[in-house]
Design a protein around this ligand. Structure first.
Ligand SMILES: Cc1cc2nc3c(=O)[nH]c(=O)nc-3n(C[C@H](O)[C@H](O)[C@H](O)COP(=O)(O)OP(=O)(O)OC[C@H]3O[C@@H](n4cnc5c(N)ncnc54)[C@H](O)[C@@H]3O)c2cc1C
Ligand code: SF4
Length: 286
């Protein structure tokens, strides 16, 4: 396998695709390569050409979760989402860009079963083990998106700058369809460069886990209050980070038999999150 170290983000983007994959901290990519879930002839190191650091509301995509969790300029919801993710060692290596693009933790997918997300016809989790799986958007693939920072950035209404365009973070993600099983809209050869996250008046991230540390979200709730209202977003409940238009929208959940408990957890965390940002009422009423 070849390792390239291009001199600019544009040069990196130009060689991506056709068997070349971007490598940032490697905490996600290396295990996927090792397990044969990603195939690459060339790794393109991007950590040194993608911006790193924080400038006002702009965050370089190569900034690590460890750097974000301690920076007072970063909104509380994102700091908390980073500090509750993974372990200190992983957060020291994990970049924000890589975190947003991490793959599902569904074990059927990780063990290489030919399920819907791998291009097959069936979601094995829907019929089999699915305690950690989705309560929304789960008709075809019932996986639960694992990124805590993505939910925080969705609640913040963040925008991304890539090598090709600017887009709201909500447009980075898509539910897989019969025509396209991807869960992101990022094009081959497109690199995330920066994230712009407007500062809220108050914000919080609450995370229910099997353990208090080093555990993926069973349910993560991000809330951010701005002058025009509160935005809510959830991790661990759908194949993509999930925006919740109002607490009442939880009643539209479509849980599987083994994930119904997540709706109760989400109700409790949404209520606590709204109280924490000083908006006991519904989003939009702050
Ligand atoms: C044991 C374990 C526990 C974890 N727990 C949590 C958790 O609780 N919560 C949570 O949110 N996350 C968790 N994670 C995920 C972790 O945060 C990610 O693995 C990490 O953030 C990925 O960042 P990276 O820089 O290492 O990405 P890499 O592994 O280098 O890359 C990941 C993917 O992103 C692509 N990529 C990287 N940077 C860019 C870019 N700038 N533009 C375009 N594509 C890019 C790569 O090509 C690759 O496909 C956990 C991971 C592990 C291994
Ligand atoms: S939940 Fe998604 S990733 Fe898991 S088995 Fe079903 S289709 Fe595959």
């Amino acid at each position: 396998m070849e390792l390239l170290r291009p001199e600019s983000a544009e040069a990196a983007a130009a060689v991506l695709g056709h068997g070349s994959v971007a490598l940032a901290g490697g905490t996600e990519l290396v295990p996927l390569l090792r397990d044969g879930l990603v195939h690459a002839e060339t790794l393109v190191e991007v950590g040194h050409v993608v911006p790193r650091g924080i400038d006002g509301t702009t965050i370089g995509a190569a900034t690590t979760l460890a750097e974000l969790e301690v920076d007072p300029e970063i909104p509380q919801v994102l700091r908390e989402a980073c500090s509750l993710a993974a372990s200190p060692q992983l957060r020291a290596m994990s970049t924000l860009g890589g975190n947003l693009l991490q793959a599902t933790r569904c074990w059927y997918w990780r063990l290489g079963f030919e399920c819907y997300l791998h291009g097959g016809d069936l979601c094995h989790a829907r019929r089999g083990q699915h305690r950690e799986h989705a309560i929304f958007g789960n008709e075809r693939c019932a996986s639960a998106h694992p990124s805590d920072p993505a939910a925080a950035l969705l609640a913040l209404g963040a925008r991304l700058r890539t090598t090709a365009r600017e887009l709201p973070i909500s447009e980075l993600y898509r539910l897989p369809t019969d025509d396209d099983r991807n869960v992101t809209a990022l094009q081959p050869g497109e690199l995330i460069l920066e994230v712009d996250a407007p500062r809220p008046e108050a914000s919080v991230y609450l995370k229910a886990m099997d353990r208090r540390k080093w555990s993926f979200a069973l349910v993560g709730v991000a809330a951010a209050r701005y002058a025009d209202g509160v935005r809510l977003a959830l991790a661990g409940v759908a194949p993509v980070p999930w925006e919740l238009p109002s607490p009442d929208a939880l009643e539209e959940a479509t849980p599987l038999p083994g994930t119904a408990y997540k709706v109760d957890i989400a109700r409790a965390l949404v209520r606590r999150a709204l109280e924490a940002v000083g908006a006991g009422g519904a989003p939009g009423s702050a």
